[in-house]
Write a protein that binds this ligand. Sequence first.
Ligand code: NAD
Length: 429
Amino acid sequence: MKVGVIGVGYVGLVTGTCLAKIGHRVWCADIDAKKIGLLNEGHLPIYEPGLDELVSDCREAVSIEFGTDIDETVKRSDVLFICVGTPSDMDGSADLSYVKDVAAQIGAAMDRYKVVVNKSTVPVGSTVMVERIIEENLEVPREFDVVSNPEFLREGSAIEDFFNPDRIVIGSTSQKAIGLMTELYQPIKAPLVITDPASAELIKYASNAFLATKVSFVNAISNVCDCVGADIKEVALGMGYDKRIGFDFLKAGPGWGGSCFPKDTRALIKIAEDAGYDFELLKGVSNVNEEQRKRIVHKLDELMGGMSGKRIAALGLAFKPNTDDIRESPAIDIIRMVTQKGARAAVFDPVALDNAKAILADVDFCDDPYEAVKGADGLIILTEWDEFKWLDWVRIRADMLSPVIFDARNCIDPQGIRQLGFIYKGVGR
Ligand code: NAD
């Protein structure tokens, strides 16, 4: 099928590339000429494992092309994916300005029947809104359908998630559009949830809010563990074996962040509020998350006997491993709080350093973890990159001024590290 993807960010680039890989002809368009320039020179604007090879394969096979001409992309395609950002507005609601702009452009360029697919995470009612905007911008009356098809991929495993999703959700009332969407995804083996647009839109928010709730819950339990002397890892293990609970999203840490959970949680609270429901539970989930970051800084402060004037090595900046995404990363917040308390942070991340340089001030950016720990009075692990588990801890012990480790991701074996002479504290253990 001829597919257009508008918005070539984390979601658009992965979606477009994977659709090209399963046999579709794909045109990707973005208003960011720099991003498109990079892609056309064979470079990726983001870090996502395995994506480099896939994009290059598809470019070689001429099954994917990148450009800035939205009109042309619309005209070439039978199915059009809207993959632009929907960041938080001042009041917590989703800012739909990018979606609206794209809908207007699609309407103005529409030359024959097309299915317009909303892949961006958007509030209930957005399918109807996009329909209305397209209608208003049509030069002559044309038939078209707008479908809600929320995205569930996770940065860091986005390609695997595209090819092996837990489900594909299609929200539409048009049999013609549902038929085309089913054909488009035919090579992907996954349960299809075909539903109305409002339910499809809400499925995405409800799923993210549920996962955020699970993380906040386990973080709250980790705080109880700290108070009563239990070990959250043992508690989570015992809980996770219960199939009704499961092991996923049961890791205590500095709280959830990234480009989705925080903004989607805020948006769902606002959606509910606008509809007359006070979503107190979700507000609590969000508060626990905010508090968790502060608690981590407080505990680090306690562990170090005060941090003013001291040097702290911070390992990890991305909101989770295997991505360079630092949007609403707990690591960034924690580093800022540590700096405000008068400490000097020496920071390292395997792939997110460049992104962090654009937003972090008054810190030392280091090229490797060993540079970060040199002369440090304390070390905090903020992202559980695999490589941090296998560091030369004997060397680190020798290079640090004071061997204090706060493992905010519970990724190091406490017994082993204590045997090397470190003072170790994890989250809830
Ligand atoms: P992103 O910020 O990485 O990418 C958005 C892209 O849209 C940017 O490249 C931007 O230049 C482009 N854009 C903005 N306005 C445009 C316009 N008028 N025409 C063409 N391009 C335009 O965002 P993302 O992380 O890919 O997220 C996109 C959507 O998908 C959001 O709604 C997000 O909530 C949702 N989502 C994201 C993830 C994720 O893990 N990142 C997962 C599931 C769903």
